[in-house]
Design a protein around this ligand. Structure first.
Ligand code: NAD
Length: 231
């Protein structure tokens, strides 16, 4: 069976990473316009870099670990099913949970990209506006390899081709407010896939799904994977 999974911030919430749409509408006390747009980076690169430095530091240094939902999806990827795992998350908890392949459509916290030569490198430390690109030696051209609001998500050809082939499409812990990811359910439905939403509450695009499993990802995802693997 071809299974396409889309995960959002909710799958990492029980690992201790805050989601984006809390009750206050802020992301770690910041308005997204101030820290997650190309305009914000242009206006105040120090603030944007310090925001992502703090997220990276927390991911690496505060004991954050993958939870049962991440490891269950990895187990499913090693089964006889053909599983495409797409995440909007910039953390590395799917990989640390054992997933062999993850499509990071919004980029990764532990990568930086040079705006001069497009070289992508791993980064586990704090970025500064004076960093030098190891590939082209330019100064100040390195930025987080994150897709900011208003920028084109990554890997879209691969993602739409997987959605076209999907027998089952599952969205886990995503609010359905960020496009194009929020529209994947419509694409999968049009291809004849059975669609499932797993979330603490109904998302903004809940009516587009055929099946709903309401509850914490650490319970609902494990239950769903166990059912699939028992069949
Ligand atoms: P979102 O914050 O907009 O929505 C999170 C959703 O998860 C909500 O619908 C919420 O009800 C649900 N949820 C919360 N806890 C849950 C749990 N324990 N089990 C199941 N569901 C739960 O997230 P989004 O839709 O992914 O959009 C946020 C954007 O911000 C993304 O583009 C992402 O790149 C970025 N972001 C990433 C991270 C991360 O990498 N972990 C964290 C915050 C934001």
């Amino acid at each position: 069976m071809n299974i396409v999974i889309l995960t959002g911030a909710g799958i990492s919430a029980e690992s201790g990473i805050k989601t984006f749409r809390g009750n206050d509408g802020l992301w770690e006390n910041h308005r997204v316009e101030d820290v997650a747009t190309p305009e914000a980076y242009c206006a105040n690169p120090e603030l944007v870099l310090s925001f992502y430095n703090a997220r990276r530091h927390a991911l690496l240094n505060t004991g954050i670990q993958p939870n049962a939902a991440h490891t269950a999806l990895a187990r499913l990827q090693y089964s006889h099913h053909d599983v495409t795992l797409i995440t909007q998350n910039v953390d590395n908890l799917h990989e640390r949970g054992g997933s062999p392949s993850v499509l990071h459509m919004h980029g990764e916290l532990l990568k930086q990209i040079c705006t001069g030569c497009a070289d992508v490198t791993l980064i586990e430390w704090a970025q500064t506006v004076r960093d030098v690109c190891a590939c082209c030696s330019a100064v100040g051209t390195l930025r987080p390899d994150i897709v900011w609001f208003g920028e084109m998500p990554k890997l879209m050809d691969e993602i739409y081709s997987a959605l076209d082939r999907a027998d089952v499409f599952v969205a886990i812990g995503t609010s359905g407010r960020v496009y194009p990811a929020a529209g994947f359910v419509e694409v999968a439905s049009a291809s004849g896939a059975h669609t499932i939403e797993i979330n603490l509450e109904a998302s903004d695009v809940a009516p587009a799904f055929a099946e709903h499993r309401i509850g914490p990802a650490s319970e609902q995802v494990v239950e769903w994977v166990n059912e699939l693997l028992a069949d």
